[in-house]
Ligand binder design. Structure first.
Ligand code: GTP
Ligand code: MG
Length: 447
């Protein structure tokens, strides 16, 4: 192993009580001793030492806690020194200057994790989990990412891969050996096991939207004709006057977004331009954007201001142009209920952004919908765009193995082997440099 000695600020930038600078390298024991005991002393790994950190001229930089981790028992598998200093920009810069003078360099983003991966401390799915954890804003995101980071997903991928390798090996063996020399019913077992794997992987892929909704937020879109009170309701749910409200139809033109936390789930709320036929170019652009929002929606709040609305579901404009078929993921809201005498629609929620009537009921309905869609996701694989692509390729190979099977295990084995390779790419056991670069660069400096 020949690692450069690298350093980075592992805690966040900006003024803080404490900042943590991490150093990774091959032989840091002597340097740790120099920091902790400039005169005499023996540094023990994994002990916190309080010390006066001095530069090479003997000037005090700051009072710090320094911890030395000896390889391989560290995050990266290399020697590591952690310096816990006061979180002032001037102190941090001074320490960086001092370290640079000792033949050390600033780490690139994700370089610490890359070392951990190279030293077998993490597989790529753990790295994806770490990246998701660092991005986590809500409790559900935290739990979801943590499971992946601690190797839960890696275990599943490894089991799948081992099973595929075994299937491919047996399939190849049927070509070379007599059936009587192989385990009983081997042909049926090969096929049934492959079908089982194929079903499991298909199921995981179908839950991709759930992973995405937890990791990046559950998208709720407010849609409806002009002036029905979309922006007023949006403001109620966000809790501030984020969107402009006025009785002029066509007030909202752009998409206005805000994030809220509902029961630990991150929710992206989008208020959109009211749907109507318009000669106004800018308003039309807003309406086009509404369509994009609808395509990415997990739930649509379809707002009306009276009891009349099309019974077919889906989102249509007042001129009858159908925008999107959202009926499976739509809540019908009849707003301005303070002005309505009869409440004769059983499927709708009646609200008044003016009086606050029905807002809690609407929130409860959203909650119920979200829990039905997202709960239980802790058991899902955390699938991101990278793993989705590779998992889809895996599914396709297994599907080809099964559908092209004509009693000849030659081609069958090749498809299963390729499927196993794709899982290997998810884990990073088989990997191209560009995949690794993309995975590690999601991480920030110092990770
Ligand atoms: N009486 C009553 N008026 C409401 C209610 N909600 C909104 N309004 C009024 O209806 C008008 C339109 O409200 P907005 O929230 O701007 O409606 P919008 O659907 O966002 O309209 P556009 O952006 O033009 O599509 C404003 O004058 C609001 O004060 C309500 O529940 N009851
Ligand atoms: Mg509006």
């Amino acid at each position: 192993m020949n690692n450069d000695t690298i350093f980075a600020l592992s805690s966040g930038f900006g003024k803080s009580g404490v900042a943590v600078i991490r150093i990774s390298g091959d032989n840091l024991h002597d340097f740790a001793t120099k920091l902790i005991f400039p005169h005499t002393g023996v540094v023990k790994p994994r002990h916190a030492y309080f010390c006066n950190l001095r530069d090479d001229t003997g000037d005090l930089i700051d009072q710090c806690i320094v911890i030395y981790f000896a390889a391989p028992a560290s995050f990266t598998g290399t020697d590591i020194i952690e310096i816990h200093t006061h979180g002032a920009t001037a102190v941090i810069n001074k320490i960086f200057e001092f370290l640079s003078g000792h033949n050390m360099r600033m780490a690139t983003p994700g370089e610490f994790s890359r070392r951990a991966f190279m030293n077998g401390k993490m597989d790529l799915s753990d790295v994806d989990g770490l990246a998701a954890l660092l991005d986590a804003q809500t409790d559900r995101q935290r739990k979801f990412a943590l499971k992946s980071m601690l190797g839960g997903d890696g275990k599943i991928y490894n089991t799948w891969r081992e099973q595929m390798i075994e299937i491919a090996a047996y399939a190849a063996a049927t070509l070379d050996y007599d059936e009587t020399d192989l385990p009983a019913n081997i042909s049926e077992k090969i096929l049934s096991k492959t079908k089982e794997l194929h079903t499991d992987i298909k199921k995981s892929l179908s839950r991709y939207n759930v992973s995405r909704a937890i990791a990046h937020g559950f998208n709720i879109v407010f849609v409806g004709e002009t002036n029905v009170g979309k922006s007023s309701l949006f403001n109620k749910l966000v809790g501030t006057n984020r969107a402009i409200v006025s009785n002029t139809p066509g007030t909202t033109r752009d998409v206005i977004s805000a994030q809220i936390d509902i029961d630990g789930y991150l929710v992206n709320l989008s208020d959109t331009a009211g749907l109507r036929e318009t000669g106004d170019e800018i308003e039309q652009m807003g309406i086009d954007r509404t369509k994009t929002e609808l395509d990415n929606a997990d739930l649509v709040l379809h707002i009306y201001a009276d009891n009349e609305f099309p019974s077919c579901g889906g989102v249509a404009r007042s001129d009858g142009v159908v925008f999107s078929d959202t009926q499976n993921k739509e809540i019908i809201v009849i707003n301005k209920c303070d002005e309505i005498k009869t409440r004769n629609n059983k499927n709708a929620i009646y609200t008044s952004a003016k009086t606050g009537d029905g807002i809690d009921e609407l929130l409860n309905k959203i909650r119920e919908y979200m829990h039905n869609t997202l709960d239980g996701a802790e058991n899902n694989l955390v699938i991101n765009a990278r793993t989705y692509k590779l998992l889809s390729d895996t599914e396709r190979e297994l599907n080809s193995a099964l559908t092209t099977f004509d009693g000849n295990y030659d081609i069958f084995a090749e498809h299963v082997r390729r499927a196993a390779d794709n899982i290997g790419k998810i884990l990073g056991t088989i990997t191209a440099t560009d995949v690794m670069d993309a995975t590690f660069s999601q991480l920030c400096l110092g990770k």
